[in-house]
Design a protein around this ligand. Structure first.
Ligand code: SF4
Length: 120
């Protein structure tokens, strides 16, 4: 069986093909560098994603502040991370870079504010 990927690690967007046999990776071709092979290997074995969302802000010029995880989290934990983010409520002013959840669910990533919100 073969699986095709578009590498998202850099703007080159190399088209990469992985050949699998009995769920084992036999070959990876089309990558221009090792990062592409690492990306495909991770996608096939333990896919991860950066989570982006927003949290409620009280007394702010905006009702929400955008947040994201500081790194990718395991794909199967995304909904659990979103549930943790929904529990957060901040009070303005909120600074960009503020850690709102440290080491969310033990994933090794923080949830950080990506856009400042001033007091209303
Ligand atoms: S394989 Fe390497 S060069 Fe190609 S898109 Fe991925 S990171 Fe970029």
């Amino acid at each position: 069986m073969t699986k095709d990927f578009t590498c998202i690690i850099c703007p080159n967007g190399c088209e990469i093909r992985a050949e699998l046999q009995d769920n084992k990776i036999i070959s990876i071709t089309g990558n221009t560098c090792d990062k592409g092979a690492d990306y495909v290997t991770q996608e096939l074995t333990a896919p991860k994603r950066t989570v982006t969302s927003s949290v409620t802000v009280l007394n702010g010029e905006l009702p929400l502040a955008s947040v994201r995880t500081s790194g990718p989290v395991p794909k199967e934990r995304i909904f659990d991370v979103m549930a943790e983010i929904r529990k957060v409520s901040l009070t303005a002013p909120v600074e960009a870079g503020t850690v709102v959840i440290s080491d969310v669910l033990g994933c090794g990533c923080d949830v950080i504010v990506t856009k400042a919100v001033s007091r209303s």
